[in-house]
Design a protein around this ligand. Structure first.
Ligand code: NDP
Length: 251
């Protein structure tokens, strides 16, 4: 079904069917964009389809960003359905929190394949669409774990640190063609991922170490992402911003 009904800008959000990604999608809708939500979680995709299925400004696609064939299919569908892409938010991520000696190679690869390979693939394969638009932008969702090494995060933190550098590489290469690329590094946010990997001890450590003394909200992350994709951020390129209540600054 074609949804090329208007000329509104289009934002693509990976891992967009729940959590931080879903709120980023809502931000774009509230700010007059059409939205493409890519995700692989069947239950989250069903819930998003129930919520947005009738909205002509929303396209929901089953896409595992670590699989080149899935991303290629998503790019083709976005082109044929909406005809453009102005923003890409590489938000899909997975977390394994284990000591290095207990992290299997399969777990390491699983984290890398979504958090790093997925961002590379989506950036590379959506770039032709983004390059057709004025003022296009990519935002990569890393983590405070990209900036601070801590126990249990050998795979997760390393993947997110690499994502920060991928941002800088892409900014250098795509900048002169007009596509800006930046990173948002969230501190802890109460989502399904946090429920999975934030033990009582980890939560207690966060509350102690974050100067604002709390978790962030999905809205606070989405506001930063939306700003970086907007014309107000037109000369910000290759940077990262921690949205973390002062956690990184506290050292
Ligand atoms: P959630 O787990 O709540 O949501 C992530 C969504 O992305 C899920 O639906 C998940 O599906 C999907 N997803 C995972 N891998 C893929 C893939 N390969 N292809 C397509 N979809 C995929 O996570 P959050 O909303 O908490 O996190 C969003 C981003 O923010 C992540 O990159 C995360 O690392 C980052 N972040 C989160 C923090 C937090 O405290 N919540 C803190 C710092 C950063 P599935 O269930 O199948 O995995």
């Amino acid at each position: 079904m074609s949804k090329v009904l208007n000329d509104k800008p289009v934002a693509v959000v990976t891992g967009g069917a729940r959590g931080i990604g879903l709120e980023i999608g809502q931000w774009f809708l509230r700010h007059g964009r059409r939205v493409v939500l890519l995700d692989r979680d069947a239950a989250a995709l069903d819930a998003a389809t129930t919520e947005f299925g009738q909205n002509p400004d929303v396209l929901i696609l089953n896409c595992d960003v670590s699989r080149p064939e899935d991303v290629e299919r998503a790019v083709a569908t976005v082109r044929s359905t909406f005809g453009r892409a102005d923003s890409l938010v590489n938000n899909a991520g997975v977390a394994v929190f284990k000591p290095v000696l207990q992290t299997s190679f399969a777990e390491w690869r699983d984290v890398m394949s979504t958090n790093l390979d997925g961002a590379f693939l989506c950036s590379q394969l959506f770039a032709p669409l983004l390059l057709e638009q004025q003022g296009a932008a990519i935002v990569n969702i890393a983590s405070i774990s990209a900036l601070r090494a801590s126990t249990l995060r050998v795979a997760y933190g390393t993947s997110k640190a690499a994502l920060v550098h991928l941002t800088r590489q892409l900014a250098v290469e795509l900048g002169d063609a007009g596509v800006r690329v930046n990173t948002v590094c969230p501190g802890p946010v109460e989502t399904e991922m946090a429920k999975l990997v934030h033990s009582v001890a980890i939560r207690s450590d966060y509350y102690d170490a974050i100067p604002q003394g709390r978790y962030g909200t999905v809205e606070e992350i989405a506001n930063a992402v939306g700003f970086l994709c907007s014309a107000e951020a037109s000369f910000i390129n290759g940077q990262f911003i921690a949205v973390d209540g002062g956690f990184d600054a506290a050292g």
